[in-house]
Structure formats: C-alpha cells, structure tokens
Ligand binder design. Structure first.
Ligand code: O2Y
Ligand code: MN
Length: 597
C-alpha cells in the first residue's frame, strides 16, 4: 500500500497498478538531482548507460534495434466508435484494447521497480499548465522525464489530496524472472508494443517500448493526443508547433508559432540565429505549443515542455549552433556513436572520427557503409541550457502570437512563402499541408504526404472535428487572430540545387511577415495566396542569383492545378464531417486557378 502518497486518487491508482503489474518495489520520484544521479549511476553499473568523459553529466544509451522511433502503426486512439478517432488514426474499441493490454500488463513489472513520476506540463502554477503522473518501470524514462518535464515534490504538493491529474501508465514489457540478468535496453517485440490513448478518460497506456515518444508520455501522448481532446472540449488549442520570438532592430517583439512535420528543420528554426542585421531571435519551444485566448482577446501560447528531444544527425555548429551548445552537458544521448575519447558523434556533426563504436555497439570506421549513429538518434537536454532561450520561455501567461506558420518539404511547386487571404483560407492551408517523405519516415523517400497541421500522428480525435475547432477559434479571435503564412525552405531547381540558403537567412522571410503584420508592405495577389514582390524581401548581404529568387516566388499554376485531385482525395477521407467552409475554400482555389468547379 502506498501510504506515502497524499493524493487519494493517485494512491488508489498506484495500488491498482501494483496489484496488476507486480513490481518488486515502488519508488515515488522527488525530481531531485540526487535521484537523477542515483538512477543514472545504477544504469551505468548495469551496463545500460555510458558516461561521456567529454561532456559533464552526460550519458549515452543504445536502444534495442527494434525500438528506435515512434511506432505509428502501434499507436492507437481507443474509443467506443471509430468516427470519434476518424480516418487519420488507428482506431480500436476501448474495451477490447483494455482487455488485451490488461493481459500484457499482468505481472509485467516482476523483477523491476515501479517509479511514480508526478509531472507538470507547463510552468507549475501557470493557468495553462496540466499535471500528470507517469507510472513506469524504466529508470531511463524517469531521467528523461526529469529533463523533458517538471517533475517531483512540487507537483505532488500541487496535487494536494484530491487534485486531478492525467494518468499515464508505461511498461517496457520485459518482466524479469528471479536471478535473470537484465538487457541493456529491455523492451517487447514489435507486435506487443501498444501506445494507447483513451481520450474519454484522459488516460494513456503504453506497453513494450522504451523509446522517446512511445515512453516519455508527457510529450506526444499527453501534450498532443490527450491535450488536443481536452483543448477542443475546453476551447483552447494543443498544437505540434515551435515557438519563436523575433525582435526587430527597433526592439519590437513578434511571436511566431510554427507547425512542421517531423524532419522539416523545426528545431533549427526554433533556435534561429538571424543573419538579417539588427534582428534577434529567441527560442520559446521547439515542438509543442498550448494556446488559449487571453483577457485581451489575443491568442497566448506556452511551451508545455521543459527540454528538447531533438534529432542528432544533421545537427552541427553550421546548421544549429544553439542546439550544439545546449547539449554540451547534462544531456542524455540515445543511439549516437561513441568516439574513442569518450564523446558522441553523429552523421552531419562534423569530421568523422577515424574509429567509433556505432549505435549498435559495433566497431565503426568511415566508409564502412552504415551510419555510425541511427538516423533517429536523439539528444535530451534541458531547454534552460539553450543559449538563445527566451527570458519569457517560462512566463506562466504565455506570449501573444502574431504569426502562424505552416509548411513542409517540397522540392517543387510550393513557393518560398505565401500568406493566407484570411482565417478560413489559413485553416485550409493547415488542413492541406504536405511534405515530402525523408529517410526519417517509413516508406519511399520523396513522396508527398498530407500532414494536416503537422498533427496527423498526434491528433487525438477526428481530424475533421479538429479542422472545425480551428475555424471556431478563428471566429472567437476575429480581428485579433494571428496572420497565417505557408513556407517552404526546400525548393530545388532542375539541377537538384537548393534555391534558398535556409537557416539564419530564413529571418529574411520572417521579416517580411512582420512587416505584413504591421501593414508596412503590400502583397501580390496570386491564386494560392498573398506573396512578396521580389524587391519586398530584404536580401541585403545575401548573394542570391536572380533566377533563384524568381523561381522561389513563382506560382506554377499548372502544377497547382495538378495538386487539386490529391487535395480532393485528402478531403474525401473525412466524408460529410469535413467542414463546409473548407470545401468552399477548395472551390475558391479551383476558381482562382481557372479550374472547373
Ligand atoms: O522517435 C521518437 O520517439 C521521437 S519523435 C519526435 C521527438 C521530438 C519532437 N518531435 C518528434 C516528432 O516525431 O514529431
Ligand atoms: Mn515533433
């Protein structure tokens, strides 16, 4: 019996889980440094973690090769009726899934400790924060949650005796027989992995995976899938968005919230270092935003997370110096390569070492034909360590949003930037957002995939109702609604060259948006939206060939007309539930493109 827990609901739930999962012991996490160090030391002793001599308080983990990323086909929205989950989710009947998972959970923590992790998403005490408790048998999850969320005693104090919290149960699904040695990365086979969400009960059950989004349940499961359902119910928004503050040479602040699919340079943009003279940027968050309408009628956003769980490969002092400085210490690395001098290395970080141990623990040398780090290798680091973190990143009231960004990777068709003609058109742009698949996606590379609002894997309910929720929010915001833009940094020419330099130079596109917000610059009306004239972008100091600029701002009307059937097929998936206002937007686009309606 967990008598030490003052919260009645929590005590009862922990007792039920102990009866079901049969752990050898229970540990109530206090969130202290001592707790983190003790758990890490234990994992080092058992051969699960390697301390890195080149980075203070940093450790390398190697996962099981079957457990390297989120598993979308093992991720479920469990409700009574399939329409509640909609066509973009894996639906399972809630009762049936519970029956299956109760079988798996029975005795699954034998030989292990059950950790009780009280955590807050959002600064504790913020009106926008939510409390959760994750029960897990993974000390790696505990240490990662210490970084990614606010954990421990203050959360228990905030819960009091009867406070509400979101329940998240996690097991690696690998019970130990008496005397059985543990594996470096315990997990269950793929067919036994379940990342399950029961929105009717604000409940998360995860089984069989110890990796990232499958196991750190505050992140994708709570802050997006469950929170999106709560947000719809309560009239706010839970979005897969970075948060960025831009500061003009005159000191004026603009706040940007941007939704991009995985592997579209989201963390790089979140930690932007502008090349445009006089402009500064501050990072407020790199992955998730919670937004609500404030007393002044504007939309305010917080980052509910406390750290970054970023993709390591491709991150370098060239692509993202702020991220490189963020991970200099107090960082957990997963599936990176280990160098002979006790540091981590990954593809795209810089010159390759002459020898390393790869992510699977094997000897590796350049030219060996396999990557040293897994393409989804990750760093887990405290946001507070980011050199460009905003002083307001923990502001409990959030920051007022001026600009929404949508976008993806598109080597053809989509121009560098365009603005929506109004809120409904902006929602249409979010609803039809697409991106080319990369090596980070399962399946063929370079194929266009619709990823509405970058929420396809993360919306906890019927996406058609989510579209309606965006329309409703716009109605409530009226003239105070943020402006909506669509961007594409990834356009190429026939010679397969990038047309836009990207990274810090993206500040030039953002500056145009800020001037649009201030009404300082007109825009060219095109069939797809409002665009800058070539002379409207501040390209001072940038050596951009004129033909590149022309191509970047060109609207290829035949190519856009060719997109229409795919948008129609995408919308058709939602049947009669698709909001009429989005069907109208499609009809207007067709009209503007001169297509028959
Ligand atoms: O592979 C995972 O488990 C992590 S996925 C992830 C991590 C951090 C931020 N975003 C994502 C994502 O897939 O969008
Ligand atoms: Mn993400």
């Amino acid at each position: 019996m967990q008598e030490g827990l003052a919260n009645n609901g929590l005590r009862q739930w922990v007792n039920e889980v102990v009866d079901l999962c049969r752990p050898d012991s229970v540990c109530i996490c206090d969130g202290s440094r001592e707790e983190y160090d003790r758990l890490m030391a234990g994992m080092v002793e058992r051969g699960m973690a390697t301390p890195l001599s080149q980075r203070a308080h940093s450790f390398l983990f190697r996962s099981d090769p079957s457990d390297v990323a989120r598993v979308e086909d093992r991720t479920f929205i469990a409700t009574d009726h399939p329409e509640q989950a909609g066509p973009t989710n894996n639906w399972v009947n809630a009762g049936e899934l519970k029956h299956t998972m109760l079988g798996l959970y029975t005795g699954c923590m034998r030989g292990r400790t059950l950790y009780v992790i009280p955590f807050s998403m959002g600064p504790l005490g913020s009106p926008m924060a939510r409390l959760g408790v994750e029960l897990t048998d993974s000390p790696y999850v505990v240490c990662s949650m210490h970084i990614m969320t606010r954990v421990g005693r203050p959360v228990l104090a905030a819960l009091g005796t009867n406070g509400n919290f979101i329940r998240a149960l996690h097991s690696v699904g690998a019970p130990l027989a008496p005397g059985e040695a543990d594996r470096a990365w315990p997990c269950a086979p793929i067919a036994e992995k379940y990342i399950s969400h029961f929105p009717a009960e604000d409940l998360i059950w995860s089984y069989g995976s110890g990796y990232g989004g499958n196991a750190l349940l505050g992140k994708k499961s709570l802050a997006l899938r469950i929170a999106s359902v709560i947000a719809k119910r309560e009239g706010w928004m839970a979005e897969h968005m970075l948060l960025l503050r831009l500061i003009s040479p005159q000191g004026k602040q603009y706040h940007v919230a941007g939704a991009f699919p995985s592997a579209s340079g989201k963390t790089n943009l979140a930690m932007l270092i502008p090349t445009l003279p006089g402009w500064q940027a501050e990072c407020l968050g790199d992955d998730i935003a919670w937004l609500r309408i404030g007393a002044d009628g504007r939309l305010y956003a917080i980052n509910p997370e406390n750290g970054f769980f970023g993709v390591a490969p491709g991150t370098s002092y060239q692509s993202n110096p702020a991220a490189m400085d963020t991970v200099r210490g107090n960082t957990i690395f997963t599936n990176c390569a280990l160098t002979d001098d006790g540091d981590v290395w990954w593809e795209g970080m810089g010159p390759a070492p002459s020898h390393a141990i790869d992510w699977q623990g094997r000897d590796w040398r350049p030219g060996s034909g396999v990557p040293a780090a897994h393409p989804n290798a990750r760093f887990t680091a405290p946001a507070a360590q980011c050199p460009v973190i905003s002083p307001d990143w923990e502001n409990p009231q959030g920051v007022p949003i001026d600009i929404f960004l949508f976008g993806g990777r598109s080597s053809t068709v989509v121009p560098l930037v365009f603005e929506s003609v109004g809120w409904d058109h902006g929602v249409f742009l979010g609803a039809t957002a697409s991106s080319e698949t990369t090596a980070a996606n399962i399946g063929a590379v370079g194929q266009l995939r619709r990823d509405p609002f970058a929420m396809q894997p993360f919306c906890g309910y019927n996406m058609a109702d989510y579209f309606q929720h965006w329309l409703d929010m716009g109605d409530r915001l009226g003239s105070k609604a943020p402006r909506i833009f669509y961007i594409n940094w990834f356009r190429k020419n026939e010679a397969d060259e990038w047309l836009w330099p990207g990274f810090g130079d993206n500040s030039r596109v953002l500056e145009w948006m800020c001037r649009r917000v201030d009404g300082e610059v007109a825009a060219r009306e095109t069939p797809i939206g409002l665009m800058p004239e070539p002379g409207d972008l501040n390209l001072t100091g940038l050596d951009l060939p004129a033909d590149h600029l022309a191509a970047l701002l060109d609207v290829d009307e035949p190519a856009w007309r060719a997109e229409i059937p795919d948008i129609e097929a995408h919308f058709a998936r939602f049947g009669a539930r698709l909001p009429r206002r989005l069907a109208d937007q499609l009809a207007r686009l067709k009209e503007r493109l001169g297509d028959s309606v």
